[in-house]
Design a protein around this ligand. Structure first.
Ligand code: SAH
Ligand code: SF4
Length: 379
């Protein structure tokens, strides 16, 4: 039997602390900790931040405005390593899915979805797996769960930018123009790291993606929503999926803790929401479960008074899923009611279905692959 040593070496290798995931002030603190005085530490921290997030360097040796000895010293104490790209799959529609392994050996996925022209969204994971068990979502059934650090969240973008060869950070004509926290995990169960990642992703010295172009999607962790709005200033998306508590309790079980009335109240009070900054309500279309005309009308009624957009998502099937996607006619009829009420309700075209990169399909492949790798190694 051959052991898969790649997992073990990643999990057991001694780690120098990484500077990825730190804002300049925190980098400065790390520099002071290795003996640099206050003023130079502050200046150096900004230079390093720019190298990391504007130039996208992988190595201290590339930081050519720092002295040679100094770079060596940094290399002795800190790490800048990217996580490992385990696998990249490119869909027929251009969607790219990346399976990424972090230093501790855990894996998560990021998906790049090219849009119209050169606009494109990067979908990042905030956790490995998810502790919430939404019944239509495959990620929720993954056993292994842990929060990703701010550095690990940001590193997903770094790695995809490497692949798209998009360094230094372009000011115009970028491929990654938007970021959505719609990969694996519940971002508001990892709020501190998500907030720290937002600071880095939006900082104009580096990656410089405006917070208006960063959307955090939540299943509705009510107490954290205010924190995200006040401190993160990100756009909010709510995974609504049902208009009655009884059904939402089944589909999105966290609803038992934070029921619809409470969730919608938190949306009404979301800091910064306005007609120019609408909250997106995601609604997955499940055949004969939540897709009737009556439910469309109730949806409109519930959202009255909230600056809202409605995103209808055709259900993406996965092996053994207990649901089917609504028919196209049903989705259109549902959309028409919502449109007539004055909401733009784009039906989200499923992207990357052929590589299981669509919403709610994440997890499966990495776990399955591990299983098949294991089978191969045992036989
Ligand atoms: N945990 C967060 C963010 C990740 S899920 C949340 O739940 O919002 C991102 C989006 O994909 C959510 O709207 C989620 O409800 C949706 N989704 C999950 N599984 C899906 C599936 N099988 N088909 C379509 N959308 C799905
Ligand atoms: Fe977790 Fe979101 Fe999937 Fe629900 S839909 S299980 S909250 S990732």
């Amino acid at each position: 039997m051959e052991l898969d040593l790649r997992h073990m070496s990643a999990a057991t290798a001694p780690q120098r602390p990484s500077l990825i995931g730190l804002m300049p002030a925190q980098i400065a603190a790390s520099l002071r900790a290795i003996g640099l005085e206050e003023k130079p530490a502050k200046m150096r921290s900004h230079q390093i931040f720019r190298w990391l997030y504007h130039q996208g360097v992988h190595d201290f040796s590339q930081m050519t405005n720092l002295g040679k000895e100094y770079r060596a010293q940094l290399g002795d104490h800190f790490d800048l390593g990217r996580p490992d790209l385990v696998e990249k799959q490119v869909s027929k529609d251009g969607t790219r899915k990346y399976l990424i392994r972090f230093a501790s050996g855990v894996e998560a996925e990021a998906v790049f979805i090219p849009g119209v022209g050169r606009a494109g969204a990067l979908c990042v994971s905030s956790q490995v797996g998810c502790t919430l068990n939404c019944t239509f979502c495959h990620t929720g059934s993954q056993l292994l769960v842990r929060n990703l650090t701010a550095g690990e969240i940001v590193a997903q973008l770094l790695l995809v930018r490497d692949d798209l060869e998009e360094w230094p950070t372009p000011s115009e004509g970028r491929q990654i123009t938007n970021i959505v926290f719609m990969g694996m995990g519940e971002p508001l169960y990892n709020t501190d790291n998500v907030l720290a990642a937002l600071d880095i992703l939006s900082d104009c010295e580096g990656i410089s993606i405006s917070r208006r172009r960063i959307t955090v999607s939540t299943s509705g962790i009510v107490p954290q929503m205010h924190v995200l709005g006040e401190q993160g200033h990100a756009m909010l998306a709510i995974s609504l999926h049902a208009v009655r508590d009884e059904l939402r309790n089944q589909l999105v079980p966290i609803n038992k803790k934070y029921p619809l009335a409470m969730l919608l109240d938190a949306c009404r009070n979301y800091p910064g929401a306005s007609n120019a900054r609408r909250i997106t309500f995601e609604y997955v279309m499940l055949k004969d479960v939540n897709d009737s005309n009556a439910e469309a009308r109730e949806l409109v009624r519930l959202l009255a008074g909230i600056p809202a957009k409605i995103n209808l998502i055709p259900f993406n099937p996965w092996p053994g899923a207990p649901y089917e996607c609504s028919s196209w006619e049903r989705i259109e009829a549902f959309a028409e009611i919502v449109n007539k009420a004055g909401y733009s309700s784009p039906i989200r075209t499923p992207r990357g279905r052929d590589i299981a990169a669509a919403c709610g399909q994440l997890k499966s492949q990495s776990v399955k692959q591990r299983a098949s790798k294991l089978r191969r190694s045992i036989s």
